[in-house]
Design a protein around this ligand. Structure first.
Ligand code: FAD
Length: 416
């Protein structure tokens, strides 16, 4: 963290919003390409530290290891994590050496130390980005949560996951309820809960619902898991073919942005659980600790007599859910990425209108917003990068596109 004596300059070359794995990957790749970029950028994050949200999420869901293999990490050397793990091979989990949570965190700290990035993160949230036009040269004014302002020649937005996806029946609920009895996964911290004797209804069939179910059962809760589809297992979010030309060749050859969007949806195919987590849950199902309501959706819920009463859309089949005494509802319903609702993109959209396809902006090959020096990392870059844009592998692919533009190397050795 920058120490309190650090005076925020009035003007900087490059502002990076967010200090998660995407920003960290970008910065290491940028410094590898051009050492002289050191001192020319600042990273903004409310926590003032790298990887804060990542570390919090893994702790809050008590996740033992990553879903992605050890080659995916923020350092430019793909072997760096394996080398780091040489004396800790018991922290690489089968089937493909998935890094343990602690190992990955320690490795990221080592990356931060080795690249001397401890003092790059300014502790503030960016609340607004306003385009400025000074003497025909565009710049940006970043307004910070502490009331300060900074002007930047270029901006990279790397602020992660979008906004929580809240089902309609929640929005439509007319009666009030204790706020802690209905939470989105992003608000849940298993470490702070005591659930013995309670019944938790988890909505969603992805890996987050799996982690939450295991965590709640470990605390003595009974779990009901309701999911629109049959819960299915898949090792990774998207088939590894999306990491190289096998699938990306066709994706890049597709000129229609809507069809690209559909390809992204098909590749991610909603939520899935890893075989390890699903096997664990099926075992717990046999022990009577969890009940699956698959191909089913909540129709409505009402808080009365200190419990939830829930009706589902298949009430003819699952009438029993109405009689369950449900103490908590957890929404593992993911998040929504939508540039038109992104708080930092409102002024940009107005000053530099661009095509948006189902929430995703059409960026140039370098992931630059049309007409200005603003770059986008993460899931919002998926129309160019493909379905893994939001993942750790995507962070590298995204950096490979943005770094040449930031270092002004004109030639891009990428297809589209
Ligand atoms: C529980 C979980 C586990 C995952 N596991 C894996 C995995 O094993 N492998 C994999 O490849 N992917 C995984 N992912 C997907 C993805 O890699 C992560 O979501 C990753 O955190 C994305 O990195 P990021 O830097 O884009 O976002 P984040 O990690 O969310 O970091 C963004 C940062 O931006 C900050 N920020 C937000 N708004 C502002 C603002 N206005 N101003 C300043 N700062 C701001 C936030 O505080 C945060 O620190 C996982 C996702 C989740 C939720």
């Amino acid at each position: 963290m920058l120490d309190s004596s650090f005076a925020l300059p009035e003007s900087i070359d490059l502002a990076i919003v967010g200090a998660g794995p995407h920003a960290l990957t970008l910065v290491t790749h940028l410094l590898q390409k051009k050492k002289s970029m050191r001192g020319r950028f600042l990273v903004f994050d409310p926590s003032g530290t790298w990887m804060n949200r990542w570390n919090h999420q893994f702790a809050a869901f008590e996740i033992p290891h990553l879903r992605s293999p050890a080659v995916h990490h923020p350092d430019p050397d793909p072997h760096a994590l394996r080398t780091f793990a040489e004396s800790r091979s018991n922290e690489l989990f089968p089937p493909y050496d998935l890094p343990g949570t602690r190992l990955f965190q320690d490795f990221c700290q080592e990356v931060i130390r080795r690249w001397q990035l401890q003092d790059c993160v300014y502790p503030a949230q960016v609340v607004k980005i306003e385009p400025l036009n000074l003497n025909h040269r565009s710049r940006f004014c970043l307004r910070l949560s502490n009331g300060q302002m900074v002007s930047a020649r270029r901006v990279v937005i790397a602020n992660g996951g979008g906004t929580p996806n809240i089902p309609e029946w929640v929005e439509q609920m007319s009666t009030s309820y204790p706020p802690d009895r209905l939470l989105h996964s992003s608000q849940i911290d298993l470490q702070k809960l005591r659930l013995r004797g309670e019944r938790v209804l988890i909505v969603g069939g992805g890996l987050t619902s799996g982690h939450l179910a295991v965590g709640a059962i470990n605390q003595g809760a009974q779990v009901t898991l309701i999911s629109r589809r049959t819960v299915y297992e898949k090792l990774f979010d998207a088939d590894p073919g999306w990491l190289g030309p096998k699938y990306l060749k066709n994706f890049w050859a597709e000129p229609n942005w809507y069809r690209r969007w559909q390809m992204i949806q098909q590749a991610r195919n909603g939520g899935s659980m890893t075989p390890a987590v699903l096997t664990q849950l099926r075992r717990l199902e046999r022990d009577g600790r969890i009940t699956f309501y698959e191909q089913c959706q909540v129709a409505q819920a009402q808080w009365s007599d200190n419990r939830w009463r829930v009706c589902c859309k298949n009430s003819a089949v699952h009438e029993c859910i109405q009689n369950q005494k449900i103490d908590r509802i957890w929404l593992a319903t993911g998040s929504r990425l939508d540039a038109t609702h992104h708080p930092l993109l409102q002024d940009i959209l107005e000053a530099y209108p661009t095509e948006i396809v189902n929430g995703l902006p059409v960026l140039d090959e370098c992931l630059r917003w049309r007409g200005c020096e603003l770059f986008i990392m993460g899931g919002l870059a998926a129309l160019r990068v493909g379905p893994t844009a939001r993942n750790l592998s995507g962070a590298r692919a995204v950096s490979d596109r943005i770094v040449p533009a930031l270092t002004k190397a004109c030639h891009l050795s990428i297809i589209n």
